[in-house]
Design a protein around this ligand. Sequence first.
Ligand code: FES
Ligand code: FE2
Length: 437
Amino acid sequence: MQQVADPFSANAITHENLQSLVQDGRVHSRAYTNQAIFDLEIDRIFHRSWIYVGHESEVPKPGDYQARPIGRTPVILVRGKDNKVRVLVNRCRHRGAQVVETESGNTRMFRCWYHGWTYELTGALAEVTEKGGYGPDFKSENMGLVEVPRVASHRGFVFASIKADGESLAEFLGGAAAQFDMLVDASPTGEIFLDAGSNKTEYLGNWKLVGMDGYHPNFVHASVVAGWARNSESGIGAMHREDPFSDEALTLTRDYGNGHAMLDFRAQRLKSYKKHAEFLSKVPGGVKYVEDMHKAYGQERAELLISLSGDPHLGVFPNLQLIGNQVRIITPIAPGMTQVTMSMVRLGGVSDEINTMRVRQHESFYGPAGSGSPDDAEIFERVQRGMMAEVNPWIEISRGMHREFVDTDGSVVGRITDEVPQRGQMKYWLHLMTQAA
Ligand code: FES
Ligand SMILES: [Fe+2]
């Protein structure tokens, strides 16, 4: 019998069969389950786009570093003695060992564990052990840790791109850029610090499943949402006095283009401003916080920023999400395995009690023993198992197509339960996946 080649094996993928995976309102589950597609995602998305690496406040002092991945490429986010933040490839120039093994720390130099070569914080090669083994052609100045070609930051969020040319970070972020303000300007001094710890989770599902779904909370998180609604005097309760996840709510979904999408809670939470400010007034430092916010931003904007509580609920494609009180990094490990790191945010210029309350709120829903994230991980694993069935391989993402519209700022808008984010993400995914080198 003649063997039919799998069109989605590593050397058979074509522009046309990639195109066939994303259609009007539906996606083929291979986009989530196939190893060759996953490998291509790493090459064409993670190794070409702007990828979020970390926040400047995670490396506050010279010598502070964070070891993170860009796709398959391990990198080091490091602050130099000159105070400059660099992104270096975490790969020894001798025989390729990963130089930094710990996730974070402070150091004067980087020293490779294998044969002891040392590098400056700038990446420059400082010393080679037993140097006499190299002749006059060996040029130390050409043997530093490689700097990732493009690094840029927006409001302290550092992005890097392995691809040497392409659109600027500002062009890439587009309309999503302004939504970072909703988080950073929740501080009256416009400062955030990612130094309140982080928690990590790993689920057996695809990286594209996590976040930006306003349809699921009333089902996956039914008991939690009901609990919030009962406790309407609390900060979160004030936001949930009226069901934010119903089609009747003022909550919206938005697609800003380039895969960036948002669950837009602004109008809905603004309605609860008075209740929320009243709740804050009972927290030590809360009255001053409200006053300081008004002084810094004026009444109208302060009320919006206070209501939103630093939660733009923004997904920046492909690996950054600003949700609740956390900065979330999505790391694809395999088609059916994803790591999610959630770093809690500390607001500058507010009382410790306010920050403590925000951390407790994060832990209660997103923490390892929280009421939310474990259920999300469980549902993503069920989705991944279901998608392995090839009987009818299509995933339906058409919800709200008939009622979405383009807003004055150019974003595509739908109701909160609509799959506007999923369509926006997969549209850009297809665009990147079908770009030639
Ligand atoms: S691989 Fe780093 S010193 Fe040899
Ligand atoms: Fe969820």
